[in-house]
Design a protein around this ligand. Structure first.
Ligand code: DQA
Length: 156
């Protein structure tokens, strides 16, 4: 599996940004855990963060031939970026949308995802483990009988 993991705006401030909502791990630490999770499963992963809509779209375009799956946390773009939605539809990779917080239990504007309809699944509210769950969903698409439980090391 050749996986892209894309983090959208403000996620570079993880750890200091509203930790009561998003947790106290920095993005660097989250990425280290994603890389370990992938390495253990022989998944090749490229990780990217940007605060810009265009930069995210350009990154998806640039990496579309290399990748065969995508996990994306579009941040606030989730709720209104038809351009990112169109980019995901255009590159046509199996995609899972991931959110640290539970977007269905917060402000009304967060409940709507314009990205959701072009994604295979949405994982929301598991903190940084949302990314791992999203990767597992993509893996289980490839091998339908693989276990979906997270290993012990990722349960805290
Ligand atoms: C988020 C939820 C979004 O509503 C918010 O704008 C973010 C982060 C999450 O991971 O919970 O930036 O995508």
């Amino acid at each position: 599996m050749n996986l892209l993991v894309v983090h959208g705006p403000n996620l570079n401030l993880l750890g200091e940004r509203e930790p009561e909502i998003y947790g106290d791990l920095t993005l660097a630490k989250v990425n280290t855990r994603i890389r370990k999770f992938c390495a253990d499963r022989e998944i090749r992963v490229r990780i990217f963060q940007s605060n810009g809509e265009g930069a995210i779209i350009d990154y998806l375009h640039r990496n579309r031939k290399w990748a065969d799956s995508l996990v994306i946390n579009p941040g606030a773009y989730t709720h209104y970026s038809y351009a990112i939605r169109d980019a995901i539809a255009a590159i046509s990779l199996p995609t899972v949308e991931a959110h640290l917080s539970d977007i269905h239990k917060r402000e009304k504007f967060r409940r709507k995802s314009v990205i959701g309809p072009v994604c295979h699944a949405q994982v929301s509210g598991l903190g940084w483990k949302s990314y791992l769950r999203a990767i597992e969903i993509l893996l289980s698409r490839l091998s339908p009988h693989s276990p979906t439980e997270l290993p012990e090391a990722y349960s805290h």
